[in-house]
Design a protein around this ligand. Structure first.
Ligand SMILES: CC(C)(COP(=O)(O)OP(=O)(O)OC[C@H]1O[C@@H](n2cnc3c(N)ncnc32)[C@H](O)[C@@H]1OP(=O)(O)O)[C@@H](O)C(=O)NCCC(=O)NCCS
Length: 337
């Protein structure tokens, strides 16, 4: 390279800001009441309602996959966004319940919705997966690597529940929520506060590996949790993360129109509201009562319902926070579409 000039690599630059254009949703078609689940776990409708706020959860039939739910929610989000699907050049699916390790759900969804040949990948950050994917889409658009992104949280958790497990199975539901993200005239997605604590990996996750299952050393792997450990972590550490996300956005609780936490447990949601000192004017997402905990899908599903029930929230600020297996967490303030 002695007397040759070293070429300077070109770098891309995108728009200064991004925002969420529209939300789509698909819930499992069956409403499963507590009464249907209590037998094998020696529980009761009353206990589940008091301890979790869940009355029924949505679950999909045997012929509907997480991929189908993802596709349905994506189609709605794209249609509402007004963005032509062929302009979408990034598709991220956040999920922990794809039944195949490869190919990804995202590449297939991209093709199904008319976004082929968009860059497409799945991301596994459990119940924080949607917040992680929103952070990625925002950053990739602002650096000019992508122009329009489809972000989906999609889960069929009923595939990974053990009906005899009383630690988590009764919490879980099936569904998918999708958003289209693109350039904006104003900041529509504030800086994400995210992170992990792998020292608590054992607090929630699968109870076995696929190779153990293959070798007959374990049952079909299903979700388990140390409920109290996760509960305490959520109410103490995650309330702090939620406050950091407000600081990162340069806003206060009183500026919010809505609070959309991961739908893990109604008592956790209530505790967050108390610790964040949310004024009465802030509408709190409580989709868990009839949808259950749908992991990566829970925040976009709750957002979809909130906008259906309170269309006046459109354009307002929402604080969203996801947290779960890893442990991992992600939170950001967004402008509601
Ligand atoms: C799972 C969870 C609902 C359990 O509620 P909890 O109030 O912590 O319950 P505990 O484990 O303290 O148990 C309290 C009592 O209920 C009983 N119990 C536990 N699970 C039960 C169930 N499914 N049905 C009925 N009783 C149950 C316990 O045996 C205990 O009985 P005891 O007081 O006679 O000893 C709660 O811990 C939780 O929601 N955790 C966090 C969930 C979460 O955010 N997960 C994130 C991953 S997505």
């Amino acid at each position: 390279m002695s007397n040759m000039t070293k070429p300077t690599l070109q770098q891309s630059h995108g728009p200064a800001y991004t925002r969420i254009y529209a939300v789509g949703a698909a819930r499992g078609e069956n409403a499963v009441p507590n009464a249907d689940l209590v037998g094998p776990i020696d529980s009761s409708d009353e206990w589940i309602q008091q301890r979790t706020g869940i009355v029924t959860r949505t679950r999909a039939g045997a012929d509907v996959s997480a991929l189908d739910l993802a596709t349905e929610s994506a189609r709605e989000a794209i249609e509402k966004s007004g963005v032509a699907p062929e302009l979408i050049d990034l598709v991220i699916v956040a999920t922990i319940s794809n039944v195949q390790q490869t190919p990804s759900m995202s590449a297939v969804v991209a093709d199904r919705v008319g976004a082929n040949p968009a860059a497409a990948y799945d991301t596994n950050a459990a119940c924080a997966g949607y917040a992680y994917a929103v952070a990625q889409a925002d950053a990739l658009i602002r650096t000019g690597v992508a122009h329009y992104a489809l972000v989906i949280g999609a889960e069929k958790l009923s595939d990974v529940v053990d009906p005899t497990d009383r630690s988590i199975s009764f919490l879980l539901g099936d569904g998918a929520g999708a958003v289209v993200i693109g350039p904006s005239e104003f900041p529509g997605i504030a800086r994400t506060v995210w992170g992990s604590d792998g020292s608590k990996a054992g607090a929630v996750g699968m109870n076995g590996t696929l190779t153990e299952f293959r070798d007959g050393a374990a049952e079909w792997p299903t979700l388990r949790q140390e409920g109290q450990t996760v509960f305490r972590w959520a109410v103490w550490d995650m309330a702090k993360v939620a406050k950091q996300a407000l600081d990162a956005a340069g806003v206060s609780a009183a500026d919010l129109a809505a609070f959309i936490p991961h739908q893990a447990n109604m008592r956790i949601i209530d505790e967050f509201a108390k610790q964040l000192k949310l004024p009465e004017s802030v509408v709190i997402a409580r989709d868990i009562a009839t949808t259950g905990n749908t992991s990566a899908a829970s925040i976009p599903l709750a957002t979809h319902r909130l906008l259906d029930e309170h269309p006046e929230l459109s354009g307002g600020l929402a604080l969203q926070i996801g947290f779960g297996a890893g442990l991992v967490f992600g939170a950001q303030v967004v402008v509601l579409p």
